[in-house]
Design a protein around this ligand. Sequence first.
Ligand code: B12
Length: 214
Amino acid sequence: MADLNLLHDAILKGNAPLAKSLTEEALRENLDPKLVLDRAMIPAMDEVGRLFEANEYFVPELLISARAMKAALELIKPLLADCGAEPVAKVAIGTVKGDLHDIGKNLVSAMLEGGGFEVIDLGVDVPPERFIQTVQEMGATIVALSALLTTTMPAMKTTIESLQQAGIRDRVKVIIGGAPVTRRYAEEIGADGYSDNANGAVSVARELSRAKAA
Ligand code: B12
C-alpha cells in the first residue's frame, strides 16, 4: 500500500527518484491523484518553505525539493483531467516578470487543461509584452498571472496596466494567484479573479468565461 508520508518525506528531502517511484506506486493503486497532491506533495512544499524561513533549509535544498516535486508532478499532471464538457476558452498563463517559481503555475496550468481550457503556458519571468502579444496574436481571453515573491507582486499590477495601455483590457479576464497574493490585493489591482489553489483557479476561470459568454 502506497505510503503518502513516505512521498511527503521524499519531496522534503529532495529525493526525486524515490518521489517518482512512490507516486507511481500510489497511482498504480488507483489513489486519487488530487488526494496524493493535497495530502503529500503540497504539504511537503509548504514544509520546505517553513524550513527555509527558519533558516534550516537554504536555496540548494529548495532546488532539490522542487526537483523532486516536479518529478512527482509530471506523473500526476496528465491525470488531473476532468471530463466536464465545459465551454473552452484560451488561457495565457505565466509567472510574472522577475519571478522564477513555476510549480504552482504548472499545477494551475495542468488543472485548467484538465478542465477543458486551452492553455498557452508562457513560462516564468514573463514580461507584460508577452501577455499582450499572446492576447493579440493567439486570441487568449483569460490571462492567468502567478507570483510567489512579494517583490514581484507589483509586476501583476504592471501587467494589468499594460493590457489597459494596449487597449485590450476589456477583451480579457485576468486571474491571479500565488502564495503571497490575496483576494484583497486582486481587488486592489483590478484583477477579475483570484484563487489560492489550482482547483479554485479552474472554477474562477469557468465563472469568468461563462460571464463573458453571457
Ligand atoms: C520551491 C521554491 C523555490 C524554488 C523554485 C523552483 C521552481 N521551479 O518553482 C527556487 C529555489 C528556484 C526558489 C528561489 C527563490 N525563492 Co523560493 N520558494 C520555494 C518554496 C519553498 C515553494 C514554492 C512552491 O513551489 N510551492 C508549492 C506550490 C504548489 O504552491 P504555490 O506556488 O503557492 O501555488 C499554489 C497557489 O498559490 C495557487 N497559485 C499559484 N499560481 C497561481 C496563479 C493563478 C492564476 C491562480 C488562480 C492560483 C495560483 O495555486 C497553486 C496550487 O495550489 C516557497 C515557500 C512556499 N511555501 O511558498 C519559497 C518562497 C516563495 N521563495 C522565497 C524566496 C525568498 C526565494 C528567493 C528570493 C531565494 C533567494 N534568496 O534566492 C529565490 C527567488 C528566485 C526568483 N527570482 O524567483 C520566499 C518568498 C518570500 C516572499 N514573501 O517574497 C518563499 C515564500 C520562502 C520563504 N518562506 O521565505 N524558490
